[in-house]
Design a protein around this ligand. Sequence first.
Ligand code: BGC
Length: 452
Amino acid sequence: MADALQDIQNAFALEPHQFQAIVQGFKSELNSGLATMSASGLATMIPSYVTKLPTGRETGTYLALDLGGSTLRVCAVELLGHGQVTVTEVKRSIAVKDPLRTGTAEAFFDWIVDTVHELVQKINVQTPLVMGVCWSFPLDQKGIATGLVLRMGKGFDLKGIDNKDLQSLFKEAFQRKGLDITVTALLNDTVGTLVAHAYANPKVRVGFIYGTGVNAAYPEKVQCITKLQDTWPAQDATQEMLVNTEIDIFGSDDYLPLNRFDLALDAQHTQPKFQLYEKMMSGAYLGELVRLAGIELIDQRRLFQGHMPLQFTKSWGFETAHLSAIEKDRHEPDALDRIGLLFTFDDYTMTATDLTTIADLCKIVATRGAHLAAAAMCAIIEQQPQMINSSNDIVIGVTGSTFEMYAPMSDRIMHALTRWFDASVAQRIRIEPATDGSSIGAALVAMLYQQR
Ligand code: BGC
């Protein structure tokens, strides 16, 4: 490997002592977050009010809405029992530059409700209906169906939304459209993933999202969640509630080894210093990190012989999906042709050396991402010592575009987990894909709590 690339590899390396500092830092933030009285502000360790999980035997049809960083999905989820479901959905993408992201809350919710209307027409069912909403952003939850919207990340900057009750925002928008639909459950996508995976495998104890953003949920003892102490006393010492960790917000330069590319990315971001951990590893950022490191290689004439491709000329011009495509195709016989299509030059044709360099760079950046995801999983597994001490499988339900579309991610995460835990623990860890997790989870929670 050329020196300049070696230098970049060093900058993205996570040495064992750095990995250890991250796991320790996360564990201490898990506990300090549990000890705070309020979930307002930049909140972590948010109670979900979900205290029961499905058994896999439930049946019926429920609506679910899932708003992620780049996609809105509205679904009718039919629970068939035996852990099986069928899903009918209407999907909309929201481009990074879509004005809906920065307009008024009212316009945004009208757009959402139009999509719900389309689904209702498609499945041809009668209202009134109940719906579970999976909100992939921080929410200061006050109950199973109420919660105040906290600062949204992922490029959303909606006017008039902060600290508004999410259930009321939906209610008003459904009323404007004349639709008789009630939101009976609000949940973070991590909670939805854990609940959905419990329908398929009741042993699951971590719900993990690795997509545009990153985050995790797990069941915590109610008596350890200080925020609940006045309003929601534990029924008994063993009662658990799913907690949305918002681990994406954890971390500071005290223990996150931010390199020069991380700092450059943060400095040009609309929300600097926010979600530093997420910015090092999630789907919203891997492409940009490769672009920034790639520019350094180009400036040193170590890549594209000093020629700048169009995709590297603008911030966020290089997508994370390209990293996975490059790693997937790099050893194909026509790799140069296929990968060459991702880069546009005025007067240059990519060479085999360029291909190796850019593919190595993608691997370096993405591998750090996988290892950072593993660090969060290590902390959350250790937060549940009963799992470590038992002989049962340790099941993590994972979903999200970065995990699903980037083939080597799962093995790279597993590699870091295996390095961290004793073999007796590591061999019991199961990373299980929880595809469609959030929507199914929202429908399941709407079903579990519809009586309230
Ligand atoms: C949000 C979380 C969400 C995660 C995964 C983060 O940016 O703050 O609420 O769970 O992305 O979608």
